[in-house]
Design a protein around this ligand. Structure first.
Ligand code: ATP
Ligand code: ZN
Length: 214
């Protein structure tokens, strides 16, 4: 049987719909019944794997998938050595420092010695280190915004798109430290010339779709 390129896409979440939309606009036909885990396109040698976004970089590294679409934040945080094939531009968000509404904030230096809750210790750690700021991290994977109110953190560093959730929890966004969009990632070497050729064809179509949209 001829080889297929396998793409990992978030099963359900903020990236799912737009990821599938881009592939559809490439003229690739598939069912995208969200309950299936795996499916094949009917008119292009592409196979879809629907998974949690957090798992995508490791799946690509391990060869379970060849390429995938994730937020740049997830890719950078995991620090798995792959390559960014394209910046797809959607799912724009920022990683910001937020503090209790009554706290005075004058810059990253005032976080010295504080407890900061975040799901992004690597990205935040790198930025604080550059600034010579030492802080301790409270690592949580969800509901980061409630940690100051319950007394386990002094400040947070979390993804923000509107700021409404922050306000609801008595916090204010004080500084954006990083911005993210969805990126298409893949291994530096796909490991098969047949798959390389399929990827090239797919990328030509994606570039055309993105040019048409801009
Ligand atoms: P999964 O169940 O697949 O692990 P998740 O809860 O980790 O899903 P989503 O909330 O769907 O992930 O977010 C996926 C990506 O969407 C984020 O990693 C980020 O790149 C992007 N994103 C865009 N806006 C926001 C936002 N306001 N909050 C969080 N993520 C956002
Ligand atoms: Zn996730």
């Amino acid at each position: 049987m001829a080889q297929m390129l396998r793409i990992a896409i978030q099963k359900s979440g903020r990236l799912s719909e737009k990821s599938l939309e881009i592939i559809k606009k490439c003229g690739i036909k598939f069912g995208s019944d969200e309950r299936v885990l795996k499916e094949q396109a009917s008119n292009f040698p592409l196979e879809f794997l629907y998974v949690r976004d957090d798992d995508i970089p490791a799946y690509i590294r391990d060869g379970v998938a060849d390429i995938g679409i994730v937020g740049r934040n997830e890719y950078d945080e995991q620090a798995i050595d792959l390559q960014v094939l394209r910046d797809l531009g959607f799912a724009k968000c920022r990683l910001s420092i937020a503090v209790p509404q009554n706290m005075q904030y004058t810059g990253l230096a005032c976080l010295q010695g504080m407890r900061i809750a975040t799901s992004y210790p690597n990205i935040l750690g790198g930025i604080l280190k550059e600034q010579g700021v030492q802080a301790s991290f409270v690592q949580v994977s969800g509901s980061v915004e409630v940690t100051p109110a319950v007394g386990i953190a002094d400040a947070i560093c979390d993804l923000v798109s509107t700021g409404a959730t922050l306000a609801m929890n008595g916090l204010k966004e004080v500084q954006a430290i990083y911005t993210s969009t969805a990126v298409m990632i893949g291994r530096k070497q796909i490991g098969s010339s047949e798959k390389e050729a399929i990827l090239k064809r797919l990328m030509l179509r994606i570039d055309a779709v993105m040019r048409a949209a801009s």
